[in-house]
Write a protein that binds this ligand. Structure first.
Ligand SMILES: [Zn+2]
Length: 302
């Protein structure tokens, strides 16, 4: 079974360039023991595919529940429901949702301050990051955004994305941020940019300036602008995008944003409406990405 899945993954990767950052050591995949509340040690790191940079400690274990200090049973239900809802939003009902588990390591919250998406169809979510994200937004919007970011990596595995390759994980990470912004508007029903402010501020806060490190996730302003572009692409006036269409749209405009240039031509496979709408926002995106835009102006974007 595992062998078949692995072969399929390699086949789908043939046409691509950038699975590089998300390869997996199959030997490290833990074996599930469904009888236990806490299951196994979450080894098997894919450091390029994490929300932040950290490793699971050897004393950490997987859990299907949250410990009392981290969250409630309603939180667990929300996260499991969203794990399915995000999958269904992008891929419909015929595809299975990732295996979702929390990672527990006592009250050493810093040691589980991460969420990781594995190419084997698993998302491991640290109690530490869950707890902090809930403290910053009790509605769990930040946690839903992080989960949508991690599912973005599942889409990358499935469809051989991103289509853009760099020497760091930046395209993978910024695209996942964009997919999260897209989901929050189009799938989670957040119609105003202000209503997802806690989410993009969290992404902003954990952006990094390790621009030559392989694990670089994008600078804080870049993560902010990536969420913004995903949100703009989700304008409900436009047709819903598949993951691959999202990738094409995202990088078409984002490359221009990074370069500080306008790209005026409308490609054949981007709709007239989407192109017109995004072009109206190109200067705004450039100013967010460069850090020129003030927080006040950013928070007041429509
Ligand atoms: Zn990531």
């Amino acid at each position: 079974m595992k062998q078949i899945k692995k072969s399929a993954f390699i086949l789908s990767a043939v046409a691509l360039v950038t699975i590089y950052s998300c390869t997996k050591d199959e030997n490290e995949v833990p074996v599930e023991n469904l009888d236990a509340k806490t299951i196994e040690q979450p080894h098997g790191l894919e450091k390029e595919c994490m929300y932040v940079d950290a490793y699971w400690p050897s004393s950490a274990v997987l859990s299907t529940t949250l410990s009392a200090g981290a969250g409630t049973s309603s939180d667990v239900t929300l996260m499991n429901n969203q794990n399915t809802a995000i999958k269904t939003f992008w891929r419909g009902t015929s595809v299975a949702a990732p295996l979702f588990r929390f990672v527990y390591n006592g009250t050493n919250w810093n040691s589980t301050y991460n969420a990781i998406s594995y190419s084997t169809g698993r998302i491991y979510y640290g109690e530490g990051i869950f707890r902090d994200a809930k403290a910053k937004d009790a509605s769990n919007l930040i946690n839903v955004m992080i989960l949508a970011h991690e599912y973005g990596h599942q889409l990358q595995y499935a469809f051989g994305l991103p289509s853009v390759s760099e020497s760091t994980a930046r395209p993978n990470e910024l695209e996942a941020d964009g997919m999260a912004g897209y989901y929050l508007r189009r799938g989670y029903g957040k119609s105003t940019f202000a209503s997802i402010a806690t989410g993009y501020e969290f992404a902003y806060a954990i952006g990094d300036y390790q621009t030559t490190s392989s694990g670089h996730h994008g600078t804080p302003p870049q993560r902010r602008s990536a969420v913004r572009l995903g949100f703009l692409l989700a304008d409900p006036a436009n047709a819903k995008l598949t993951a691959s269409q999202f990738d094409y749209n995202f990088f078409y405009y984002y490359s221009g944003v990074l370069a500080g240039t306008y790209r005026l031509a409308k490609p054949a496979n981007i709709s007239k409406e989407t192109h017109a709408y995004i072009m109206l926002h190109m200067e705004e995106l450039r100013r967010i990405q460069s850090g020129e835009m003030s927080d006040e102006e950013y928070f007041n974007l429509q």
